[in-house]
Design a protein around this ligand. Structure first.
Ligand SMILES: Nc1ncnc2c1ncn2[C@@H]1O[C@H](COP(=O)(O)OP(=O)(O)O)[C@@H](O)[C@H]1O
Ligand SMILES: [Mg+2]
Length: 263
C-alpha cells in the first residue's frame, strides 16, 4: 500500500485531509486539513458562508465530499479505497453504520415534535441499536439527569424553552454512545438567558473526555473549553492553535478582522 494511504496516527480520532466539496460549480471546501485527538475539543470559528456547517456535515455524511479524505478512527468516512487507490462510495447501509458513531447537534434542535422528550431520546437506541425499551429508558433518564432535564422527560418539545430543547437534543445524541460529537452553532438560536445552560452542558461533556468539534460564535466559551481553535475562511482552515495562542496578544490580521465583525 502506498504511504499516502497509510492509516492516521492512532491517537487522532478525526483526521481530515485536503477535503473538497462543490455545490454545482461553487467550491465550498477548498482543501480542509485538520485533526482532532481523542478526548480533545476543537472549536471552529469563522464568517458565515465559510463552509463550517458543510464541513461538519461531511464528517457525518449528511453531505458527501468529492475529494480528499476524512477518517474517524480507522474508518474512511463515506468511501472505501479500491485497489487502484480510487475512492468508491459506500453503500447506504454502511454510511448509516458509520454515522451511528457520530452525534450531531444542530442550531435548530431538530427534535421530533410529536414525541415526548423521553421518546425522542429512546427512538434511535430502540429502533437502530435494538436496545430493549426499558434499558433505553433507564439510560435516557440518566442522560436527562446529566443535562438537568429529568423533570421534563414526559413533556413535549413545544412546552420547553429553547435551552431545554437543545439540552434534550444533546441527550438524544448521547443516547447513541457516540465516540465523536459535532455541534453546529448550538446556541445561535437561543435567547441569551438560556445560552449559558447549554454551554455548561457542553463544557461538562468536554471535561468528561468526549471528543468534540464545535462550530460557535461564543468566543469566551471557545476559549474556555477548547484544546484548539481554528479559523475557517473561504472554504479553508486558515489558522489554528491552542486558545491562549490563538486569541493571544498578537491575533493574526485575519482573526482580528473576523473578531471585529462579531463584537
Ligand atoms: N445544500 C447547498 N446547496 C448549495 N449551496 C450550499 C448548500 N449548503 C451550503 N451552501 C453554500 O456553501 C457555502 C458554505 O455554507 P456553510 O457550510 O453553511 O457555511 P457556514 O456554516 O460557515 O456559514 C455558502 O456559500 C452556502 O450558500
Ligand atoms: Mg453554518
Amino acid at each position: 500500500m502506498a504511504t499516502e494511504n497509510a492509516m492516521p496516527a492512532p491517537t487522532a480520532l478525526v483526521r481530515a485531509q485536503n477535503v473538497q466539496k462543490w455545490f454545482g460549480s461553487h467550491q465550498v471546501l477548498k482543501g480542509v486539513d485538520l485533526s482532532v485527538e481523542r478526548g480533545q475539543v476543537m472549536s471552529i470559528i469563522g464568517p458565515s458562508g465559510s463552509g463550517k456547517s458543510t464541513f461538519l456535515r461531511c464528517i457525518n455524511q449528511l453531505e458527501t465530499y468529492q475529494a480528499g479524505r476524512i477518517y474517524v478512527g480507522d474508518a474512511l468516512i463515506g468511501f472505501e479505497e479500491a485497489r487502484d487507490g480510487k475512492l468508491v462510495a459506500l453503500s447506504n447501509r454502511r454510511i448509516v453504520a458509520q454515522r451511528r458513531r457520530i452525534g450531531m447537534v444542530f442550531q435548530q434542535f431538530n427534535l421530533f415534535w410529536h414525541m415526548t422528550v423521553l421518546e425522542n431520546i429512546i427512538e434511535a437506541p430502540v429502533l437502530v441499536l435494538g436496545q430493549p425499551r426499558h434499558q433505553a429508558e433507564r439510560k435516557a433518564m440518566e442522560l436527562l439527569e446529566r443535562v438537568g432535564l429529568a423533570e421534563k422527560a414526559n413533556a413535549f418539545p413545544s412546552k420547553l424553552s429553547g435551552g431545554q430543547q437543545q439540552r434534550a437534543a444533546i441527550a438524544r445524541a448521547l443516547a447513541m454512545n457516540p465516540e465523536l460529537m459535532l455541534f453546529d452553532e448550538p446556541t445561535s438560536a437561543l435567547d441569551p438567558e438560556t445560552t449559558g445552560e447549554v454551554l455548561s452542558v457542553i463544557a461538562e461533556l468536554a471535561s468528561s473526555g468526549m471528543t468534540m468539534i464545535i462550530v460557535t460564535h461564543e468566543m469566551s466559551f471557545a476559549r474556555q473549553v477548547s484544546d484548539r481553535v481554528m479559523l475557517m475562511e473561504n472554504g479553508m482552515v486558515d489558522y489554528g492553535g491552542p486558545p491562549e495562542q490563538f486569541f493571544g496578544a498578537q491575533p493574526s490580521p485575519r482573526l482580528k478582522a473576523f473578531l471585529s465583525t462579531i463584537h
